[in-house]
Design a protein around this ligand. Sequence first.
Ligand code: NAP
Length: 487
Amino acid sequence: MITELAEKLFIDGAWKAGEGARIPVENPATGELLAHIAAAAPAEVDLAVAAARKAFKSWSRLAPVERSKALHRLGDAIFAEADAMARIMTLEQGKPLNEARGEILKLAEACHFYAEEAVRIHGEIVANTTTDIDSLVVREPIGVVGAITPWNYPAELVGWKLCAALAAGCTIVIKPAELTPFTALAIASMVERAKIPAGVVNIVTGSGSKVGQALVEHPGVDKIAFTGSSAVGLHIQRSCPTIKRLSLELGCNCPLIVTASADLDAAVKGAVRRSFRNMGQICIAINRIYVARPIADAFVGRLGEAADKLVIANGIDRPDADVGAMASAEPLNKTKEHLADALAKGAKLIAGGGAPEGDAFTRGHFFRPTVVAGCTHDMKVMTQETFGPLVGVMAFDGLDEAVELANDTPFGLASYVYAKDMDEIRYLASRLDYGNVAVNNVDAGIMNAPYGGRKQSGVGYEHGREGMLEYLNFKHVRIRYGEPKGR
Ligand code: NAP
């Protein structure tokens, strides 16, 4: 399937051989070339935006139930092709096949969720000072959306934007990450199969600094929906030449607090899953852990043992592996840098610390899940997003200290707590300055509830009804009525 998608753009419902330079896409588990993409030329970005503008006229006026049916068809098409799409994702991103398949199924779920939301767009009638006037507050789609997405969840992060935008009546031009473009192009072929009208969904590939920036600066794009690093998010906010709506889903350095009342087995299990799943390349990955001092040694020992037991492999060869290759050399190098920094400043290595041994790992971007303890806030692992398989642990003496340490960051996407004591849970949940707080579980984001960051972790929400509201404007229609004739 990758070969069929190579060097193509999806514009106005048709596949077009891209005119721009070729960019290689590699398999991060082997270093092998998978295929090339075409960097969309400025004229091709213009074509895509023009197609989305043209399609907006009819898509936004379509009865919501028809948009709903289209999204259901898309969900069905994606579900039917889950195996093939998962394979593409594993080949270009590195996560194990089973995990990739799970992500594709969640993309299908997002299509069905927003298909249902599409028929629930409603407004309000607001009281006026006189009774002959009604104020109708109605919601209307914003227009053309430019979606810019990262490589860690190449299907879901495209899908949340695409589904919510289409449900609201917007059309979209998507610029996927350079490392993982083929998953997005595979989604385009499902859009085609679902017979979504031409121009409603367009995909342009290429670099962020050129193709992504062209969308940010394009006068025909009404809203930018961006997921990625805080640095690029800030750059986008600053470089918008005209007023646009912006959603920015950015990075974090997520804390976990484990209190003395916690179920230790559950806390270790949760910490391992959310620190190392997808090789820690998750915006809501646990990067740093604060443990109540009396249980700190026991927790650290068990966390290290559990990290060492994780099965690491090429995700195509071992679909059920716990972790696969990292997506590129960049997050791998950052992980090594944060580890070296922690060790140089006195942290103790508990597990991992280097690449796994064996021929299977020599050419890919592999690193063992790594735990360091005895950490302090002088260390990068405790203060910056690592975006790799490294977690730092530190002991605390009182809940206020734990809260202070957890909130000692410019970020605010997700935080985690393991505790059994209800008073502790309430105290911590209400004081953690994060858009998401998960208690006694590590799934901070679910499809039905709003998911968004605070502070440098961004603005706006994805998931839930709120995720669709990001693509709608309010319109106030104030109507004065007269006396009816023949009353
Ligand atoms: P990134 O470097 O910020 O890139 C994200 C996207 O922006 C890519 O498509 C990139 O294109 C593009 N881009 C780069 N420069 C641009 C520019 N000047 N104008 C427009 N677009 C530009 O982030 P990443 O390394 O791919 O992803 C990792 C980051 O995403 C982490 O910080 C993670 O926390 C964050 N993230 C946040 C969430 C959330 O929901 N809050 C979810 C997942 C990930 P290229 O690929 O061509 O560079």
